[in-house]
Design a binder for this molecule. Structure first.
Ligand code: HEC
Ligand code: HEC
Length: 356
């Protein structure tokens, strides 16, 4: 009896051992096949680039939830082809000035001291080439043109100086300076393949759908704390590079930020910009904010103090003021409050009726 039961226990151990072995083998095989098909699971994929993006990368088969189709988006010419241009040096200098404006033209600028320390690239991402990242794809093809803000014909240098005087809260750059000519050369090269008069798909800023309610700075404050503060800081002042030649994280309000005459001070520009670009790593293909978060955070940031500007010469024809221009007088009966925070749909509808 004793021998029999001992043999039985041995047999049982053997069978159990075999089962465990086979199970392990199956797990290893399945695991290897799975990993071979999903290499991203082991770490960020090479093209993800940014932590926010890879963290959000779904393991399941991706459902496209971009705000615009990828096909047909404007793309900058291949950078390496620039050497074939007769003015390659100027184009390269222009790109350098867009990317590192502050180093040359900021408060400690080595060429001139004439702007607030921000770089053009802080808002015109990847030196003005990112699709729906406020790029320069339509600049060469659509300027000069009459702009309603000034009521005047504006060429590229005038438009660049608009951003110097408003977005960079600074002084204008001399038209005939080497720096101005370089930036113009860069923008003309970027847009060289765009037919005259055309605005290519994905140029500029994304047009975010209006909400049915006013944008809410209180909700925006909560969204800011959750989604923006880690980089732009609780006080909105961002973070300077140690050598003070520019920002690691640019400021969003306060004396070093864009002034009240800047494009981003308009709610639709700010909300559309952040929807497809912020938090850093978001793109039009992979936005990270809901429409409500984008509008509300715009309301919060644009309610806080920032430099003023004399805007009395702007919008000589007040009926041409954009729906979200926050300063009266207006040709319609809506308040400054509603022109600032919305709801914008009733204003749009009233204007359509008036235009008939
Ligand atoms: C604080 C953000 C910000 C900064 C910094 C900034 N810009 Fe802009 N820029 C804007 C916004 C917003 C617009 C308007 C985009 C729109 O309405 O579609 C704009 C528009 C432009 C346009 C016209 C684009 C078009 O297609 O009509 C040019 C050119 C331009 N900026 C050049 C510059 C240059 C050069 C610099 C640096 C000297 C600069 N910007 C810095 C925010 C900025
Ligand atoms: C992971 C860091 C990070 C987070 C989080 C982040 N940003 Fe940014 N943001 C940046 C950087 C860096 C730039 C400048 C990009 C460049 O120069 O290439 C920028 C630029 C901007 C700009 C244009 C430049 C300026 O200072 O006016 C705005 C507006 C902006 N961010 C808003 C937001 C908002 C709103 C949120 C939250 C929804 C947010 N950002 C979250 C890093 C971040």
């Amino acid at each position: 009896m004793k021998n029999n039961s001992e043999a039985f226990v041995k047999l049982l151990t053997l069978i159990l051992g075999l089962m465990v072995g086979v199970t392990l083998l199956v797990v290893i095989i399945i695991g290897t096949v799975f990993l071979a098909h999903n290499p991203n699971i082991l770490g960020p994929s090479k093209d993800a680039g940014v932590a926010v993006q890879s963290a959000a990368a779904p393991v399941e088969k991706e459902i496209y939830r971009g705000v615009a189709p990828k096909e047909g988006m404007w793309q900058a010419p291949e950078w390496t082809t620039v050497d074939a241009e007769p003015n390659a040096d100027m184009i390269k200098y222009g790109k350098e000035l867009v990317a590192n404006t502050s180093e040359y033209l900021g408060p400690q600028g080595k060429v001139r001291k004439m702007s607030n320390g921000m770089n053009c690239q802080n808002c015109h991402l990847n030196a003005g080439t990112a699709p729906l990242g406020n790029n320069y794809g339509a600049v060469a093809s659509t300027y000069p043109k009459v702009r309603a803000r000034s009521g005047q014909m504006e060429d590229i240098p005038k438009r660049i100086n608009d951003c110097f005087e408003r977005s960079l809260n600074g002084k204008p750059l001399e038209r005939n300076s080497r720096e101005m000519q370089a930036m113009v050369a860069y923008m003309e090269w970027l847009g060289k393949d765009v037919p005259k008069g055309e605005t290519p798909q994905g140029a500029g800023i994304y047009e975010l759908a209006y909400l049915d309610r006013p944008a809410d700075p209180i909700k925006g404050k909560a969204a800011y704390a959750q989604l923006c503060q880690s980089c732009h800081m609780e006080d909105g002042q961002g973070m300077m590079k140690p050598d003070k030649t520019g920002y690691i994280y640019p400021p969003l309000w306060g004396e070093n930020s864009y002034n009240e005459g800047a494009g981003l001070f308009r709610m639709s520009r700010f909300a559309g910009y952040v929807k497809t670009n912020m938090p850093l790593g978001a793109t039009f293909e992979r936005p990270l904010l809901t429409d409500e978060q984008a509008w509300d955070v715009a309301a919060y940031v644009n309610s806080l103090p920032r430099p003023k500007k004399d805007l009395s010469a702007d919008w000589p024809d007040i009926s041409k003021k954009p729906i979200d221009h926050p300063f009266g007088p207006f040709s319609d009966g809506f308040t400054e409050e509603q022109h600032k925070f919305g709801p914008f749909k009733p204003i749009k509808e009233a204007r359509q009726v008036a235009a008939k």
